[in-house]
Design a protein around this ligand. Structure first.
Ligand code: TRP
Length: 330
């Protein structure tokens, strides 16, 4: 039997190259090998109080971007979290066996308390319980997530195990964090920082126009240039070379590497090349994003199919769970 893989993304902005090379590209490959569930975590995004128009727009945009990047609603189950009422029911049930102490100790929760002290809502505290409901409602085995989400997956495992123990049945598989490719590609930021991310404001989005991509790349941080042959590259310059390794041909990368090593490099030329290679890479995806985002009927059809498949799986779990807990018909 195929293992079940599940992952969610909060709809808070456009998908960027870091999302693509860090996860999305692998999701596309996984569709053929696993029983895959991918969803848009719109309930989770409410912790930051988006306005209704932004919430709706972001859900549509992420759906269009997922589809444009190659997720196939026939192969995987691609759905919107808020279409699945079985998830909050399981969340409510799991909350009864989730303890305030363990929730307060969650790293992401402590972070939020520090960063947004005036909005420490109960949804933030129980965020990992909702995430556990997302995962175990489809009895997922594998959860492809980045480092920052590993604790949440560990907590899901703990809540699943606890449920099995309380009700004396190995009902839920225990989910694990999962790396599809041993060498996940981490896309660096354009600001000399370690990582491309939307909150870092250093990201190139899949939907960015060629002009926007050129502008962002030209602004990337560098230094004043090498003065000694073969000198070590500072982080900001190394980042540009790493991006080149990802989006350009090996010859192009090696050409600029050689120029760096003999101190003849002109960062402006290198950036122009990087921008054009990013544009070549993202253009087919961007064109599809634009086409899909403008086609409500197409998006609705994909979301309807996703809802239907996800509810079929979720309602089976919920009906088993109700019986195990003791909600039985009179
Ligand atoms: N918390 C995840 C994030 O912020 C999003 C998410 C919600 C998720 N539910 C999930 C990820 C279930 C994996 C599995 O990135």
């Amino acid at each position: 039997m195929k293992k079940t893989v599940l992952s969610g993304i909060r709809p808070t902005g456009n998908l960027h190259l870091g999302n693509y090379f860090g996860a999305l590209r692998n999701f596309v490959k996984m569709q053929d090998e696993f029983n895959c569930f991918f969803f848009i975590a719109d309930w989770h995004s409410l912790t930051t109080h988006p306005n209704p128009a932004d919430l709706h727009g972001n859900v549509k945009q992420v759906l269009a971007e997922y589809l444009a990047a190659g997720l196939d609603p026939e192969k995987c189950t691609l759905y919107i979290q808020s279409d699945i009422p079985e998830i909050p029911e399981l969340y409510l049930l799991l909350n009864m066996n989730a303890y305030i102490g363990e929730l307060e100790r969650t790293v992401t929760f402590k972070d939020k308390v520090r960063k947004q002290p005036d909005n420490v809502n109960a949804g933030l505290l129980t965020y990992p319980v909702l995430q556990a409901a997302d995962i175990i409602i489809h009895k997922a085995h594998l959860v492809p997530v980045g480092k920052d989400q590993e604790q949440h997956v560990e907590m899901s495992r703990k809540f699943a195990r606890r449920f099995n123990q309380i009700y004396k049945e190995e009902y839920f598989p225990l989910p694990k964090p999962f790396n599809f490719d041993a060498d996940l590609i981490k896309v660096p930021g354009l600001d000399g920082s370690g990582k491309m991310g939307k909150s870092e404001g250093n990201a190139i989005n899949l939907a960015d126009s060629p002009e926007v991509i050129r502008k962002k790349v030209m602004k990337a941080v560098t230094d004043s240039g090498p003065t000694v042959p073969n000198q070590q590259k500072p982080d900001s310059v190394q980042n540009l070379f790493t991006i080149m390794e990802i989006v350009s041909s090996k010859d192009t990368h090696d050409f600029f590497d050689q120029q760096y090593n003999n101190c003849s490099i002109r960062y402006g030329d290198m950036k122009k090349q990087i921008a054009e290679d990013i544009i070549t890479f993202t253009s087919p995806i961007r064109e599809k994003i634009e086409e899909y985002a403008a086609n409500d009927a197409f998006l609705k059809k994909a979301a309807d199919l996703g809802r239907q498949k996800a509810r079929e799986s979720a309602s089976k779990t919920i009906s088993d769970v109700r019986k195990l807990i003791g909600f039985r018909s009179l």
